[in-house]
Design a protein around this ligand. Structure first.
Ligand code: TRP
Length: 481
């Protein structure tokens, strides 16, 4: 792109930046690949009956997610500052209402809320790393490398561990604190020294573990059953509720709708081709979700467990499986390390959104800003983890039928995933498709004319219509009887 255009968009300000294109791609894939892929996706696919959900999910990623990734990264790069400031800047350049910046604010709030419960769940992962790690060390001491995990316990004891953890408030808080502490430490070190370094070490290791454990599952587990479960569709299961869940999951997994990629996009250099890069992010994230399913379900089916176990699938069912499987001790430990790496690179991106906002809009230092929001999310997270036990009867959204049975943690998950992310995504598509100056959008996208036409159709027409429909029917299932 010509230097004059760069200057016109005000990119000359001193904003930190990724040190290379690879660094950005890894950080963005790290943000996308997380608990959403290895925990939420298999859980939802299992609960929603497999095949039809998976196919609809992939369609959402390609037709709605991918155009939105490009849109968010573009807003960030053109604005070259935090999400709210970037949207404001583009509104100004486009001569439109500066109040559009408030959709950035929704995003900042959503990222903060997601971080709070995300860290609690990641805390469970830390706990299981401890449990499986101690078991592994003991087995290594015995020279028993190929044995199952947790041999000293009965199946009922292994299964009971999760319930026991949920009862133990101090332990939950400690694990949540450890995870949030590490996230905070990385983010406070900055874009190149913290975020980028974490991604460049953790993501390649993650991929090696993912492939390794999937191959293991294929050898000792029931891959045929897993493939059937994930890919043979029963479209009668595709209710509006399931579609809403799938679309929400696509947003969550791709880190869309809460300004995450606007924030990361603001650190992207002008010579990065955004179209290809967005495609790589969408592809990698979806591949990891599908592979994670093919890593988990063969193991689940091999020992006859229920694929629709829900959120406990990974934490309760899999340890039972690892107890019974060869080398379960080693693989079980590595499995939780894998989830931990995925979760960490994502929580980093979640904390970076409000942190960048504090730096850009409040003029705080990175240290102060990350501490304020990391500390705040830690506190909100405590309310979430209390809802697993002492506050389990408190249903904050009881007035809203689809959320009425949910305690704080599930209510936050449901509300951010089903309301805030789709709303953020809807506003992003309207903003990029209709509000922002067409020439600016076109130049910033870097797309050739036919690709631009396709993309513009998807972002200006398909995204807003599909997201609105799914939002309305998903949130008010009564409308279609
Ligand atoms: N995408 C991550 C996952 O799949 C979670 C996440 C990270 C996220 N950053 C986000 C979700 C921003 C929404 C918005 O686990």
């Amino acid at each position: 792109m010509a230097a004059t255009e760069t200057a016109a968009m005000g990119s000359a300000t001193a904003q930190p930046g990724w040190s290379s294109r690879t660094a950005f791609v890894l950080a963005a894939i790290g943000a996308a690949v997380g608990l959403g892929n290895v925990w939420r996706f298999p859980t939802l696919a299992g609960e929603s009956g497999g095949g039809a959900f998976v196919i609809f999910y992939v369609a959402c990623v390609v037709l709605i997610g991918l155009p939105l990734i490009l849109s968010e990264v573009m807003i960030g790069r053109a604005g070259n500052t935090d999400a709210v400031g970037s949207i404001r800047k583009i509104s100004e350049l486009s001569g439109s209402n500066p109040r559009w910046k408030y959709f950035g604010v929704i995003g900042v709030v959503a990222a903060f809320l997601i971080l709070s419960f995300y860290s609690v769940v990641a805390g469970w992962v830390v706990y299981y790393i401890g449990v499986m790690g101690a078991d592994l060390v003991a087995n290594l001491g015995n020279g028993d490398l190929f044995g199952g995990a947790l041999q000293a316990e009965t199946t009922a004891q292994v299964q009971g561990r999760m319930g026991a953890l949920f009862e133990n408030v101090e332990l939950l808080i400690t694990m949540h604190l450890i995870f949030m502490g590490i996230t905070l430490w990385v983010v406070s070190r900055g874009v190149t020294e913290g975020i980028e370094k974490a991604a460049t070490y953790l993501m390649p290791t993650f991929f090696v573990l993912l492939i390794g454990i999937t191959i293991y599952g294929g050898i000792v587990g029931d891959m045929g059953e897993a493939l059937r479960f994930m890919f043979s569709p029963d479209f009668s299961k595709l209710t509006p509720q399931v579609m809403n869940t799938a679309l929400g999951q696509a947003f969550f997994s791709l880190s869309l709708g809460v300004a995450g990629l606007i924030t990361y996009g603001s650190y992207v250099s002008r010579d990065t081709p955004l179209g290809t890069t967005s495609g790589m992010i969408a592809f990698a994230d979806t591949a990891v979700a599908l592979i994670a399913g093919l890593m988990i379900f063969p193991i689940v089916f091999a020992v006859g467990l229920d694929p629709a176990a829900g959120p406990t699938l990974v934490f309760q069912s899999l340890p039972i499986a690892f107890q019974q499987m060869p080398a379960g001790s080693v693989v079980g430990f590595l499995f939780f390390v894998l989830i931990f790496f995925a979760a960490l690179t994502s929580s980093i991106s979640l904390l970076e959104v409000p942190t960048a906002w504090g730096i850009g809009e409040m003029g705080w230092s990175r240290r102060t800003s990350s501490l304020v929001f990391g500390g705040g999310a830690f506190v909100v997270g405590i309310a979430c983890l209390l809802s697993l036990n002492v506050w389990s009867d408190f249903k904050p959204l009881a007035f809203w039928p689809i959320f009425e049975d949910l305690a704080i943690m599930d209510a936050l998950d449901g509300f951010t995933g089903k309301v805030m992310l789709p709303l953020g995504a809807l506003l992003t598509s309207i903003f990029v498709g209709w509000i922002a100056d067409r020439k600016l959008v076109r130049a910033e996208s870097g797309l050739g004319s036919s690709m631009f036409g396709v993309w513009r159709f998807l972002i200006a027409w398909l995204c807003p219509i599909a997201v609105t429909l799914i939002l309305v029917f998903g949130l008010f299932p009564g409308l279609i009887g």
